[in-house]
Design a protein around this ligand. Structure first.
Ligand SMILES: *Cc1c(COP(=O)(O)O)cnc(C)c1O
Length: 429
C-alpha cells in the first residue's frame, strides 16, 4: 500500500501524483474533474504528451526528420491540435482521419496515408488536399492509385511499406512486420515492385516505409529492421529508383505494468548510429509513433457503483466498461487501477468489471483495492487505443474527455447522450 502520499509521483507517470490524499494530474485534482464532468471520464495531460514528443525531438536534433503522429491511437481533435501546434504531421489510415486532421488545423503536406484498403474516394480526397505521401501496401493498390492520380491530372507521392520479416523466434512480440500477415510487401519482391511503381504515370516514388509491430519494449528488433530496410534501400537505388525518405513506422511501447521500453531518444541514438555507420545518416527520416506519444498521458476516471462479494471472487463493479476501455477485452491488456483518494484499511482482491452484458467486460483482474461504492478510481495508461476504439455497445454514450494544461482543464468532448447514439436512425413507415 502507498503510505507516503505526499506529492509522490506514480511510477512511470510523471504527470500524476498524490498530493496529500488527492490524485492530481498536472495542477488539477482529478476528483474535481469527476465531480464536474461525471464518469466515466478521460483526462489527458498536455504536458505529458509534449514531454513524450520532446524525447523524439531530442533524438532527432540536427537531423532531417518529420514526426507523424499515428492518430488512430487517439484522434480527438484537441489532441491532434496539440501535436499539430508542436510541428507534427500525422499518419492516417482513413479518409475520416484526414478530415479530422484538417478540422484540427493540421498541415496536409505533413500527412502520410497508411493502410491496406484505401478506397478510390479516399485516394482522391487525399490527392486533392495534397498529402505528403501514400504508404502503399500492395501491388494492386499501386495500380489503382496511379489510375486515380492520372484522372485528376496529378502524381501521387508514394512509399512502399515493406515487410522486414524480423525473426519472431528471437523477438516473440506481437508483430506486423512478418511474412504471413496482411501488411506490407514481401522483402524479396520489394525491388521488383519499386520498379513497377516507378514505371506508372500517376506515381512519384519518394520513400520506403516499414512498421514492425506495437508495444515493442526491446531495441533489438528495431535495429534488425533498420538493417533490413537499409539493405533494401541500397538494392532499390542500385536498380535505378531513388529513395528520398525512410519512414521507420511506430510501435515503441510504454510502461503499463513495469514494462521497460527504451526512451525514444536512446532508441534513436542507436538507430541513427547504425544509419551513420552505413552512410545513410543524412537521409530524410519519418516516423509514425502513436501509443508512445499519448498512452501514458491519459487516465480514465470511473466510479465504483457496487461491491459484490462472491464465493470465488469479489467484484468491484464500475461505471466504465469494455465499450470505453476495450483493450482488456480485446487483448487481455493490463491497465493499472488506482484510487483517487486512497482509504486506509485492509485491501481485498477484486475483479474490476463494467456493466456491459459480456463476461469479457472486465477492466482489471485480481486487483488489491480498498474501495467502497461511490469511490472514484483512475484507470491508468488510457491515453492510447481507448477512446479511439470506444463504441456504443449496450447503447452506452461514449465518455467525455478533458485536456489538462497546468492548472486549467478544458472539456474537449462532451459526453454522448443516449439520443446521440441513435440520432441517425429512423423508424420505418
Ligand atoms: C498503428 C500504426 C502506427 C502506430 O503504432 P504505435 O504502436 O501506436 O506506435 C504506426 N504506423 C502504422 C502504419 C500503424 O498502423
Amino acid at each position: 500500500m502507498n503510505t507516503d502520499l505526499n506529492a509522490s509521483a506514480l511510477p512511470g507517470q510523471p504527470f500524476l501524483a498524490y498530493q496529500g490524499s488527492d490524485l492530481m494530474i498536472e495542477g488539477v485534482r482529478l476528483a474535481d474533474l469527476a465531480q464536474t464532468h461525471g464518469t466515466p471520464l478521460f483526462v489527458y495531460s498536455k504536458a505529458a504528451m509534449l514531454s513524450a514528443l520532446a524525447a523524439y525531438q531530442r533524438g532527432f536534433a540536427g537531423r532531417q526528420a518529420q514526426i507523424c503522429y499515428a492518430m488512430k491511437a487517439n484522434s480527438s481533435l484537441a489532441v491532434l491540435q496539440v501535436f499539430a501546434n508542436a510541428g507534427c504531421g500525422f499518419d492516417i489510415v482513413s479518409g475520416g482521419e484526414l478530415a479530422r486532421v484538417l478540422a484540427a488545423g493540421g498541415d496536409p503536406a505533413k500527412v502520410i496515408f497508411s493502410g491496406v484498403g484505401k478506397t478510390r474516394a479516399e485516394m482522391k480526397q487525399a490527392l486533392q488536399v495534397g498529402i505528403g505521401c501514400f504508404n502503399v501496401e500492395s501491388e494492386a493498390e499501386l495500380d489503382v492509385l496511379s489510375d486515380v492520380a492520372v484522372s485528376l491530372g496529378k502524381q501521387a507521392p508514394v512509399s512502399l511499406r515493406v515487410n522486414p520479416n524480423v525473426d519472431p523466434k528471437t523477438h516473440p512480440y506481437i508483430s506486423t512486420g512478418l511474412k504471413g500477415n496482411k501488411f506490407g510487401i514481401a522483402h524479396e519482391r520489394a525491388v521488383q515492385v519499386y520498379q513497377h511503381a516507378a514505371s506508372l504515370p500517376g506515381l512519384k516514388v519518394v520513400g520506403i516505409d516499414c512498421h514492425i509491430g506495437s508495444q515493442i519494449t526491446d531495441t533489438t528488433p528495431y535495429l534488425d529492421a533498420m538493417d533490413r530496410i537499409l539493405d533494401l534501400v541500397a538494392a532499390i537505388e542500385a536498380a535505378g529508383v531513388p529513395i528520398h525518405h525512410i519512414d521507420f513506422g511506430g510501435g515503441l511501447g510504454i510502461n503499463y505494468n513495469g514494462d521497460t521500453p527504451p526512451e525514444a531518444d536512446a532508441l534513436w541514438a542507436q538507430l541513427l548510429a547504425k544509419m551513420d555507420a552505413r552512410g545513410y545518416g543524412q537521409r530524410q527520416l519519418m516516423i509514425e509513433p502513436g501509443r508512445s506519444l499519448v498512452g501514458n498521458a491519459g487516465v480514465c476516471l470511473t466510479e465504483v457503483m457496487y461491491i459484490k462479494p462472491g464465493e470465488q471472487k469479489n467484484f468491484c463493479i464500475v461505471d466504465a466498461a469494455m465499450n470505453d476501455l476495450p483493450r482488456p477485452a480485446m487483448y487481455e491488456a493490463f491497465h493499472q487501477i488506482v484510487p483517487l483518494s486512497p482509504r486506509s484499511g485492509d485491501a481485498a482482491t477484486y475483479d474490476v468489471v463494467g456493466p456491459v452484458c459480456e463476461s469479457g467486460d472486465w477492466i482489471g483482474r485480481d486487483r488489491q483495492l480498498v474501495v467502497q461504492a461511490g469511490d472514484v478510481l483512475a484507470v491508468l495508461s488510457a491515453g492510447a487505443y481507448c477512446m479511439s476504439m470506444a463504441s456504443n455497445y449496450n447503447t452506452r454514450g461514449r465518455a467525455a474527455e478533458v485536456l489538462v494544461d497546468g492548472e486549467k482543464a478544458h472539456l474537449i468532448r462532451q459526453r454522448e447522450s443516449a439520443f446521440d447514439t441513435f440520432a441517425l436512425e429512423q423508424l420505418v413507415g
